[in-house]
Design a binder for this molecule. Structure first.
Ligand code: GLN
Length: 483
């Protein structure tokens, strides 16, 4: 099939990468509609065309990508079948990539080149994926908007004056704008679900430990989860099958089977009980966002689900607990950047990292430890118990991802507290180690927003089942940005 670059957008024949899912691309490669080199070139051309405006990438790996694509074409010709063979993907710039600069979007690591791949990177490469580049994010993954990046903020592809959500900001932008078919992220307090929601793509935060954290720049080690962005739920299920599983290099990954997640994608929700926590639909929730979430519940009901009111009373303490435990762990993890082995010296840390190092050091210091850190750990257990009780009643919980739709770039940069409050609905899943799936749920004043589906530990297949049934009815992902 003919490959065209018509300047408006990069396309293969009459297919635009913005409209192409991984499953479509696999089909196209199999039927020889296009080659892996053509597909990769289309992604690279889209980056060249769009990324001046979007700033989704910190590093583009054109040469390596085309070499891997050529190799993928050889394998395809030999009849090799791998889950992601020939599929262009992007990695959040927190994922260590051997021989490729990995910055964590911070000037501290601006010229750091790792000597090894993160486990997830190794798995994705072994599955045949083609890495087109490293995506922009808040420095060290600290943030909700992408504006803390030392490389300048990524932009929302639906309106360049708005934030794409953070901290994994460039990854969902890359997927939404057709610059890659999948991109990875990290979610410590919402950094996959929030930007997925703001960019009209699907984002999975897996159960803590489901995907290895080895080789990924740590933010807060008891909260960090490694996940990914795709256009559809089916694509997402395919990728988790590749990345999940036990890793001898990360002791928090259990020896537990990785199911074929695609088997759980069903159309109807008969017998599924969905919990609606009253604390998530209360004060602080924007009226239009409330309407959007209620519409989503209506769709779930129409597919056969039963919707049940539940309560998660300790959620009101979640932001406080999160900003104590998270900053404590951040202050410890960032202590390793001493410029002795690699990286620049500590004067290169930005404002937000410094703020968190100070807060974290404070809550851990003698005299304050019991009042803050220990207390936060105790309340963490109460939040875990809240969810345990809820999941005795329901299969999953459905709630808005964020209290508001995307905001204008700059609107919250002078008010860290306002920025922190945008995580109010997402941090609970990290505190309890639960999986959460963000799915596109419509538009508010022209900007996308999603809903999140939360489930018990290791219930990813259930989240995919519900998300897929919802997506079949709504198809919001098809609404491409006009970049
Ligand atoms: N926005 C949250 C924070 O700034 C979450 C960050 C994340 O998940 N990496 O802490």
């Amino acid at each position: 099939m003919e490959y065209t670059n018509n300047k408006e957008s990069c396309a293969i024949g009459n297919m635009n990468l913005r409209d192409l899912t991984i499953l479509d691309a696999k089909e196209g490669l199999k039927n020889k509609q296009f080659s892996a080199v053509e597909l990769t070139q289309a992604a690279l051309d889209q980056i060249k065309l769009q990324d001046k405006n979007l700033n989704a990438f910190i590093t583009v790996t054109e040469k390596e990508a085309l070499e891997s694509a050529k190799h993928a074409d050889t394998l395809i010709a030999q009849g090799v079948d791998l889950a992601l063979l020939g599929i262009p993907i992007a990695l959040k710039d927190l994922f260590s990539t051997k021989g490729i600069r990995t910055t964590a979007a911070s000037n501290v690591l601006d010229d750091y080149i790792p000597q090894f791949d993160a486990t997830v990177v190794t798995k994705l490469k072994s599955a045949g994926a083609i890495i087109v580049g490293k995506t922009n994010c808040d420095a060290w993954a600290h943030g909700s908007s992408g504006e803390n990046s030392d490389f300048g903020p990524a932009k929302n592809p639906y309106n360049l004056e708005y934030v794409p959500g953070g901290s994994s900001s460039g990854s969902p932008v890359a997927v939404a704008a057709g610059m890659s078919l999948m991109a990875t992220g990290t979610d410590t307090g919402g950094s996959i679900r929030l930007p997925a929601s703001f960019c009209n793509v699907v984002g999975l935060k897996p159960t803590y430990g489901r995907v290895s954290r080895y080789g990924i720049v740590a933010m807060a080690s008891s909260l960090d989860s490694i996940g990914h962005f795709t256009k559809t739920v089916a694509d997402n299920a395919l990728v988790l099958g590749v990345t999940a599983g036990q890793d001898p290099l990360d002791a928090t990954t259990p020896n537990r089977d990785v199911p074929d997640y695609s088997r759980f994608l069903k159309q109807d929700l008969k017998g599924i009980k969905i919990g609606v926590p009253k604390e998530y639909y209360a004060q602080g929730l924007d009226k239009k966002m409330q309407k959007l979430a209620e519409n989503a519940l209506g769709v779930l009901k129409s597919r056969g689900a039963t919707v049940i009111d539940i309560t998660l009373p300790y959620s009101q303490s979640a932001i406080a607990v999160y900003y104590i435990i998270q900053t404590a762990e951040v202050s410890s993890n960032l202590a390793r950047y001493d410029s002795i082995r690699y990286g620049n010296d500590r004067s290169y840390f930005g404002e937000e990292a410094k703020r968190r190092i100070m807060l974290g050091t404070y809550v851990l210091s003698a005299g304050y430890y019991d009042a803050y850190y220990k207390k936060a750990q105790q309340v963490r257990t109460l939040i875990v118990d809240d969810f345990k009780k809820a999941f005795e009643q329901v299969d999953a919980i459905v709630a808005p991802v964020s209290p508001t739709s995307p905001w204008k770039i700059g609107a919250k940069t002078d008010d860290p507290l306002a920025m922190y409050l945008s995580d109010i609905f997402t941090v609970t899943a990290n505190i309890a180690g639960l999986p959460g799936l963000s799915v596109p749920a419509g538009f508010i004043d022209g900007l996308p927003s999603g809903i999140q589906i939360l489930g018990p530990h290791f219930s990813e297949e259930k989240l995919y089942h519900i998300g897929h049934a919802y997506e079949q009815e709504t198809q919001f992902w098809k609404e491409a940005p006009q970049v």
